[in-house]
Design a protein around this ligand. Structure first.
Ligand code: SF4
Ligand code: SF4
Length: 485
């Protein structure tokens, strides 16, 4: 298969195995045995087996899944058909973990898993973004995103995981800062103070980012990278909480304040350990709910897995978009219907829409204050992935692949809307879409949902309301930020 990412792959010595992304300690020997041993152990200690029994029978029957995958649509390469990719793993399952496969080995001499298949998996399972769009097409309900995760899980237990993902998770789980961006708690608090000052200038209101407050309703976990890259989003979040009357009812914990969970992308055990950290911080502060900031995979990993790892009664998980939607529906916040006159479109993060529960809420919010709202086609649960899903947006070494192949359809979608502003309520999607807009020279700005809300939100007169003339342009605050860690 032609590999468009090959040019960007890290240099390897002639004798070394070729890995398509940076690996901390590339494995050179004994990969087949390790792969099979780890696969066997995972099957013993999980409930994947009944699912794989079914999947390994139905895969590669009709190839309808091809129509759903934006990678196949971009390349037309049969090896990019989802079921072909999944069959790399399911074929190993069939041959090594079923009676039929055992007989095949004994009678036909099928040697089973080979090094070359592992080489193929290294590429294939990090090309797939786990967007699960192919699932919409499969009449048998085969979840290729899940197969991709299992394959990555096995590889990661062998030490084969992109360095960018490994290093950030290590800092989150074992490092001093306990977050993926390695931001020390004092730097996070400095940033919050700075944002409070900005908000006072912009709105005339005393809007706070409460730190380590106990017995509150919401403990807040944004994608921690927002403190470095998306201050507008954070200010919008705080402004809504303030306007809705919850100024004293939310907090950011200093022991753990990162919503990112890369475990969702490559390792179930790590996924669980990160979720447990969120739960522990909420318990420490005796909070009642987990409030996740604008981030697709952070929302999905908490919503889907807090009940699994909570023990006892699960702490409810709320996305900031849900929160804002409810506040608007209940009349707790006021958004100026004339605030935004540019043409605006909305990108559905896969983990919020197709694999989540948030499709209509942000649209209703946007339509209440955006005069010219246009949809991408398709959109909602059928929307295309930004092209950087599954953690691949963090891998600079596959930048060309993300632009030229996986993100190609997304770029065409964005351009076709003619929108001047593209709203993407997810830290990962925003990064990928900004790179796409730049790469394809699309005349649009990519912002978070709450960045725009900050332009539209109005406060009661008695508190010294911001007037329309004082409205804030998203993206204005970029200089003098104290965040430098
Ligand atoms: S659409 Fe489903 S049944 Fe058809 S080949 Fe793909 S995975 Fe198999
Ligand atoms: S999950 Fe997304 S990227 Fe992966 S095979 Fe399916 S459609 Fe393609």
């Amino acid at each position: 298969m032609a590999n468009p990412a090959a040019a960007a792959a890290p240099e390897q010595s002639a004798k070394a195995k070729k890995y398509p992304y940076y690996i901390e300690k590339p494995l050179e020997e004994g990969r087949v045995k390790q792969f099979l041993d780890i696969f066997a152990a995972i099957l013993r200690h999980s409930n994947y087996k009944p699912l794989l029994d079914i999947y390994s029978r139905v895969v590669t029957r009709c190839a309808r899944c091809a129509g759903g995958c934006q990678i196949y649509q971009a390349t037309g390469d049969p090896e990019d058909i989802p079921c072909y990719r999944s069959n790399l793993l399911l074929g190993v399952y069939r041959r090594h973990f079923t009676l039929g496969g055992w007989l095949r080995g004994r009678i036909l001499g099928d040697p089973g898993l080979q090094e070359s298949t592992i080489d193929e998996m290294l590429d294939a399972f990090y090309h797939c973004t786990g967007c699960r769009r192919c699932n919409l097409e499969c009449p048998m309900g085969l979840d290729h995103g899940l197969v991709m995760r299992l394959a990555r899980n096995i590889l990661s237990e062998m030490g084969i995981v992109p360095k960018a993902l490994l290093v950030s998770v290590r800092e989150q789980l074992q490092g001093k800062t306990a977050n993926t961006s390695a931001i020390p708690a004092p730097a996070m608090m400095d940033t919050c103070e700075f944002l409070e000052e900005e908000l006072a200038d912009l709105t005339g209101q005393k809007i706070h980012f409460p730190i380590d407050r106990e017995d509150v309703e919401y403990v807040f976990f944004p994608a921690v990278s927002d403190y470095l890259l998306e201050p507008d989003t954070l200010m919008g979040n705080a402004a809504v909480l303030y306007a809705a009357g919850d100024q004293d009812n939310w907090t950011i914990g200093t022991k753990y304040f990162d919503g990112i969970n890369y475990g969702l992308f490559y390792n179930d055990a790590i996924l669980g350990r990160i979720v447990e950290k969120e739960i522990a911080e909420v318990r420490r502060l005796r909070g009642k709910k987990i409030l996740i900031g604008e981030c697709g995979h952070a929302s999905r990993s908490a919503k889907a897995f807090v009940p699994t790892f909570n023990g006892g009664e699960a702490i409810p998980v709320v996305s900031i978009q849900e929160y804002t939607f409810n506040a608007l529906e209940q009349g707790k916040i006021t958004l100026d219907p004339n605030a935004v006159t540019e043409t605006v479109t909305y990108h559905d993060p896969c983990n919020l829409a197709r694999s989540g529960w948030i499709v209509e809420q942000p649209r209703k919010i946007l339509k209440s204050f955006v005069k010219n709202f246009v949809e991408m086609e398709p959109h909602g649960a059928e929307n295309y992935c930004c092209g950087g899903g599954g953690g691949t947006v963090s891998l600079d070494e596959v930048h060309d692949y993300r632009m030229k192949v996986v993100g190609k359809i997304k770029a065409e979608q964005m351009r076709a809307t003619g929108a001047e502003i593209i709203v993407a309520p997810c830290a990962n999607c925003k990064k990928q879409l900004k790179e796409l807009v730049d790469y394809y020279k699309i005349p649009a700005t990519v912002v978070g949902l709450h960045d725009l809300i900050l332009r539209a939100i109005r406060f009661p007169e008695k508190n010294g309301a911001a007037t329309s003339e004082e409205t804030y342009e998203a993206g204005e605050i970029k200089e003098n930020s104290p965040v430098s860690v």
